[in-house]
Design a protein around this ligand. Structure first.
Ligand code: SF4
Length: 624
């Protein structure tokens, strides 16, 4: 927020009331810039120096130099940053390739992207997925434009800065178009270009609210209002700053003969001494100290300083996430991780089941009995470990993990019913239908399935609707005919002489599908290349099989008290499982081969994939 302390007349020079400086309102720092600077300051405070910053955090050298003095190190490329270092990405937004490169170097990334730029990124992604060609009104080469271009594949966006650029586009009038605007573009020019785009193309989509940010609009309107009253306008800002340069243009267009961009008091132009009325404003990235210095210099020349009328800005954004600096929920031994995650998942499921009035208490109680306080949480940890590997957030991974655990709990509740496996014991306690009754068990299972999809479809799971839709679709596939339900049918009604392939098909559906979903979902929460995703899915396929083979072995050799459920059921029911078909030694050898394939699939991921390697080892050696 621009300070309002520059208008006091002071100094010992006689004040010439007819020579005045009109201070535009608002001017100076916007909420996005304040937030980005605070991100670097907080990172320095929490993690200590050095903190690496990719490119200028905001476009002002004074800001950059002040942060350098406190221990920030500014670099052009993430390749210059040491592996694992704390890194802040700038307010202008970064291309996906930058985030991937940061992941590759295992950097602890704090993304200071302005939420208004993030909104533009989300828009272009949505339009790209909808098959539209995107016209980005902006200045080619500006970091914000480069970052926006980097959200979608090359060629998906054309950048326009003028009607001439639009004329030069080789696109048919019936092309489906969407437009987006650089947040600091001049509002009037953008309006003209949008009108020209709409006149040329039949099918044009645009943002629901303008992409040009409030700070740009307010500063441009403020200088537009006072420029005609002044014979000189001074814009305090840095040459790097697009919004500072726009303010100069706006002042000239509004009727001021002379408008200059100056870095500070040292750069006061000679014309200032001869001017009678000077308009003074500052770019959104200009610190108050620079504005105060210019006011001081003008006072010394005999100017009085007046605040022009204007509104104070009351915009504030949600704070930058420092999750990357938290002690990782995935640090420590596998047991530590599982213990922490169990508590977090239980709390998440408890919240999701809720306590809304008017609901059936017995149903909610049965859902909690089935889904909270037990289980390995292997699948939830898998989501969290993959999300962490690809830069996804732990909070989002927890929600997806809770959804998976709801489905897993439901599958066990229904499996235990008399019409299926008819089990009395689960995790060492009575099965749900024994504790409650069969009808309640069926309904609690149904409600848990619904709850899982409700969690995934909720905005809190991911801000991008396309990601949420992807999660819902993948989980539906993991639960339906090609997943749990299909596998359970194959298990209940196997062919008379099941082949090895029949057995593995059944196991891939019964157990593998949900494990595959856990990995796929974790990957969706972050950013990974096609190759990395394929490797993660290979890991998941092998892990799913290992997990089920070990289940089959435990059914033959396990101790019911340790396993937490009855053992020897497959043999008792005359069902062939991997242990019986391959023999115990053969099953152990096969599981070990699959475990090696899990590790191979993770080869390129470096030390950050250790939690996944631990999970593969756990799957093959577990006793419960
Ligand atoms: S000028 Fe606007 S878009 Fe840029 S950082 Fe400030 S608020 Fe965000």
């Amino acid at each position: 927020m621009a300070a309002r302390s520059n208008s006091q007349a002071e100094g010992d020079k006689p004040l010439n009331a007819s020579r005045r400086v009109l201070l535009a309102n608002p001017r100076g720092f916007c909420a996005g810039v304040e937030r980005a600077i605070e991100a670097v300051e907080q990172a320095l405070q929490r993690a200590g120096a050095p903190v690496y910053v990719r490119r200028a955090i905001v476009h002002n050298r004074l800001v950059v130099e002040a942060l350098e003095r406190r221990g920030a190190v500014f670099v052009q490329d993430v390749a210059e940053i040491p592996e694992g270092a704390v890194t802040v990405l700038s307010a202008h937004g970064s291309a996906r390739s930058v985030k991937l490169a940061a992941q590759g170097r295992h950097l602890r990334v704090i993304d200071a992207i302005c939420p208004l730029v993030a909104k533009v990124h989300a828009e272009v992604e949505t339009w790209y997925r909808a098959g539209r060609h995107i016209l980005l009104i902006g200045h080619a080469g500006h970091p914000e434009v480069v970052g926006t271009l980097g959200q979608v594949p090359a060629g998906a966006i054309s950048v326009l800065a003028s009607p001439r650029d639009l004329d030069a586009l080789d696109l048919a009038p019936n092309t489906s178009i969407a437009y987006a605007v650089q947040t600091t573009f001049a509002a009037r020019e953008a309006d003209g270009l949008i009108a020209a785009i709409k006149a040329r193309f039949h099918d044009v989509a645009g943002p629901r609210s303008s992409d040009i940010c409030y700070a740009t609009t307010n500063r441009q309107q403020a200088i537009e209002a006072i420029a005609p009253l002044c014979d000189l306008v001074l814009v305090v800002g840095d040459e790097m700053s697009s919004n500072a340069r726009r303010l100069v243009e706006v002042a000239r267009t509004a009727g001021c003969r002379e408008a200059r961009l100056i870095a500070g008091a040292d750069a006061l132009p000679a014309e200032a001494a001869g001017a009678r009325s000077i308009g003074l404003t500052a770019a959104a990235s200009t610190p108050e100290t620079a504005i105060a210095g210019v006011c001081e210099a003008l006072r010394a020349l005999g100017f009085s300083i007046e605040e022009a009328p204007g509104e104070s800005e009351r915009v504030s954004f949600r704070p930058v996430s420092f999750e990357a600096l938290r002690e990782s929920a995935l640090s420590g031994s596998l047991d530590d991780r599982l213990t922490r995650l169990r508590a977090d998942i239980d709390a998440e499921i408890d919240r999701a089941i809720g306590t809304a009035r008017g609901r059936d208490r017995r149903l909610a109680e049965a859902m909690r009995y089935a889904a909270i306080g037990g289980g390995k949480r292997f699948r939830a940890l898998l989501v969290a470990a993959v999300a962490d590997l690809v830069g996804g957030s732990y909070a989002q991974a927890l929600r997806v993990g809770a959804a998976i655990e709801c489905i897993h709990a439901q599958s066990l509740v229904h499996d235990d019913l008399p019409c299926m496996d008819d089990d009395d014991l689960r995790r060492g306690v009575p099965t749900l239908h024994r504790k409650f009754d069969e009808a309640t068990a069926v309904l609690a299972g149904d409600a848990l399935i619904a709850l899982a999809f409700e969690i995934l479809a909720d905005e809190a799971t991911h801000p991008d609707a396309a990601v949420r839709a992807g999660l819902v679709l993948s989980l539906a596939r993991a639960v339906g005919q090609d997943g749990l339900a299909g596998g359970q049918m194959m298990d209940l009604f196997p062919p008379a002489r099941p082949s090895r392939q029949d057995l593995f098909d059944c196991e891939q559906r019964k157990t593998g599908a949900l494990i595959r979903f856990a990995v796929e979902a974790g990957a969706m929460l972050g950013h990974c290349s096609t190759d990395e995703r394929a490797r993660l899915l290979t890991f998941a396929e092998n892990l799913g099989l290992v997990f089920q083979i070990r289940d089959d072995m435990l059914d033959s050799i396990g101790d019911a008290a340790v396993v937490g459920k009855a053992v020897g059921k497959d043999a008792g029911a005359g069902r062939k499982n991997a242990a019986e078909m391959l023999g115990l030694d053969g099953a152990a050898r096969h599981a070990s081969r699959l475990e090696s394939m899990c590790h191979e699939a993770l080869d390129n991921f470096g030390p950050k994939a250790s939690p996944l390697r631990d999970l593969a080892r756990f799957a093959v050696n577990r006793m419960h």
